[in-house]
Design a protein around this ligand. Structure first.
Ligand SMILES: C[S@@+](CC[C@H](N)C(=O)[O-])C[C@H]1O[C@@H](n2cnc3c(N)ncnc32)[C@H](O)[C@@H]1O
Length: 292
């Protein structure tokens, strides 16, 4: 069978299964299998696939047809240009979260520069609450090589994967992975320059209506934000101020339509909401605040 024939057949199969962007999904899977960039497929449509390649693609398509996310099937993805291993133990990082990482490392590097100019050099300290694959913690450590990062999660399996991802990018000596519930995971009272968090923020009753890729495959613990989806914001608003240095910042990712209510939650706890950054689709996505 040629590459083109297998792409066409698999696309038909995924279409019947209701998968979005079926042709793109097939091309990404086949390119991964053949270890070539996706665009190379277009130059090589007549390539004859080996029986083992046909069988491997079929198995990938069987899983994708059951609505397993492609990222779990491929076992990795890129976040801020860093390749991260993924498994169903961890939430799949979303493109919006790259914006949170970017704002985070910009802040850390700016405070470092400020410290240097006022001759009060000190190691920037960051905390990522609910680290999952480790994407935020690793991106912060990678892009601010002077920073030390703490990364906490309730899921031991996620932490294991996250620490392997950290090692892959040479950041493991500067990231401490901690198992536990929110700030209780910290071994001692500490103060950070930056706390980042992309907490679970889906209202519990809305989970059943999510696409099967999310509902049936991503960890529920990574999705469920309680009755109105805002439980974690209430917790972080009341708990995190005592873990920030005087000029520290909290940066949290927001779900669609949550910016107004989350701002109110923080203001009610005497936080100054500095700004809300919009994502590439112009949705208010990252709330930046400091204790008042
Ligand atoms: C939406 S995922 C975000 C993962 C990753 N930071 C990202 O942006 O892709 C939320 C993460 O918070 C973790 N989590 C949920 N409740 C928690 C808690 N009480 N304390 C620490 N982590 C928690 C989940 O296990 C999950 O890894």
């Amino acid at each position: 069978m040629t590459a083109l024939e297998s792409i066409q057949r698999s696309t038909e199969f995924l279409t019947k299964k209701g998968v979005e962007s079926p042709r793109l999904q097939v091309e990404l899977a086949l390119a991964h299998l053949l270890k070539i960039p996706r665009m190379r497929l277009y130059l090589d449509f007549e390539r004859q696939l080996q029986p083992s390649e046909v069988a491997a693609l079929r198995e990938m398509m069987r899983r994708r047809g059951q609505r397993e996310p492609l990222q779990y099937i491929l076992g990795s993805m890129s976040f801020c240009g860093l390749e991260l291993a993924l498994s169903p133990d961890v939430f799949i990082p979303r493109p919006e979260t790259e914006l949170l990482a970017e704002k985070g490392w910009e802040f850390l590097n700016a405070s470092l520069a400020q410290g240097a100019s006022s001759q009060t050099d000190r190691t920037p300290l960051a905390l990522d609450v609910g680290t999952g694959s480790g994407c935020l913690a690793i991106a912060l450590a990678f892009h601010c090589p002077q920073a030390e990062v703490f990364a906490a999660d309730l899921s031991a399996a996620a932490l294991e994967l996250a620490s392997r991802n950290a090692a892959r990018h040479g950041t493991d000596s500067r990231i401490r992975f901690l198992h536990g519930d929110g700030f209780a995971a910290l071994p001692e009272p500490m103060r950070f320059d930056l706390i980042v968090s992309n907490p679970p923020y889906i209202p519990s009753a809305e989970i059943a209506a999510l696409p099967p890729e999310v509902r049936d495959h991503e960890p529920r613990q990574a999705l469920d934000g309680g009755a109105d989806g805002l439980d974690y914001y209430r917790r972080w608003a009341s708990e995190s101020a005592s873990f920030l240095r005087a000029d520290g910042r909290l940066m949290v990712e927001l779900g669609a339509g949550q910016a107004g209510r989350v701002t109110e939650i923080f203001q009610a706890q005497k936080w100054i909401v500095e700004w809300v950054e919009r994502d590439y689709n112009q949705h208010p996505r990252i709330l930046v605040a400091h204790p008042g």
